[in-house]
Design a protein around this ligand. Structure first.
Ligand code: SIN
Length: 286
């Protein structure tokens, strides 16, 4: 076992773990430590100084569940953002090489829980910072357990038992997906999932609010007007500063999050301050 230590990133939210080297295979004690920390830290874990290869990144991901692979499961419209020779590595970047985008620019520049429209929604993602701007380009995380816990009892009572539709079509209307899906709305309209508005996390057993501005189309049991108003209220509530951890990237940070209890938002304010290039893998449920 490597000698691991940890510190909180925000009150009851996020943990930085030190004393580990992801360029080597991990022993089972270390894997168990990180798995437990992922649950305890409400879904956000940070590891600094991890100068890892794509192979190391894929191996790391495999310790926490299945590894998403563009060949089997990725959205075909986004398939060209995966790294050559590494169908598990999705590239997020504003950089262009010979005029061709190196990765997806402006990925996630809105509050969302990744692939919430997918009935087999991935549990989380692991992001590795390969190039960062001198200022900006942070990623914000919302703790959706805290957002749920802070609701009044009458509001919790009303929401418990409701379900919402999450769809790619909603994302195409509201987010940077509009660019990629222009002329391919048929593709988008097929992708949707129904989730409880209050979702019990399978590993922690805790209740989290599960609606997000990017992908949540409507609350099914309410009228359209009621749904619009309630969703607006929940979006505003769950992005209150009290529930947010804002991550300012350092080179070779590795950061993982849990889609079942977090939303995240990539802040695209950095482009006058250099390039941003990250590799992302996606963790499927065990
Ligand atoms: C994403 O939503 O996966 C992108 C996150 C980021 O670029 O910070």
């Amino acid at each position: 076992m490597q000698k691991l230590s940890s510190r909180s990133l925000a009150p009851d939210f996020g943990m930085e773990i030190s004393g580990i080297d992801f360029s080597k295979p991990l022993e089972s004690d270390d894997i168990n430590f990180i798995r437990n920390a992922w649950v305890k830290a409400s879904g956000v874990l940070l590891f600094r100084g991890q100068d890892i290869t794509p192979q190391d990144h894929v191996r790391l991901t495999s310790y926490f569940g299945g590894v998403y692979d563009k060949g089997a499961t990725a959205n075909p419209v986004l398939a060209h953002y995966y790294a050559d020779g590494f169908p598990q590595i999705y590239r997020v970047s504003n950089k262009k090489i010979n005029g061709k985008p190196l990765g997806r620019e402006d990925a996630g520049t809105y509050w969302h829980s990744d692939s919430a429209w997918d009935p087999a929604q991935p549990r989380g993602s692991i992001l590795h910072a390969i190039e960062i701007p001198s200022a900006g380009g942070d990623t914000m995380f919302a703790n959706m357990y805290q957002a749920y816990d802070a609701l009044s009892e009458p509001m919790k009572k009303m929401l418990d038992g409701l379900t919402a539709e999450h769809s790619l079509a909603a994302a195409v209307l509201r987010t940077s997906y509009a660019k990629e899906f222009s002329g391919k709305l048929d593709e988008a309209s097929k992708k949707n999932a129904i989730w409880p508005v209050v979702r019990t996390h399978p590993y922690s057993g805790r209740k989290a609010l599960f609606v997000n501005p990017g992908f949540t189309a409507r609350i099914l049991e309410l009228s359209q007007t009621e749904s619009d108003v309630v969703l607006e209220l929940l979006f505003k509530h769950s992005t209150s500063p009290e529930f947010i951890y804002r991550h300012s990237w350092q080179l070779h940070d590795v950061l993982m999050w849990d889609n079942y209890c977090n939303m995240h938002y990539a802040v695209a304010n950095y482009k006058a301050h250099g390039d941003r290039f990250l590799h992302r893998t996606t963790v499927l449920p065990d």
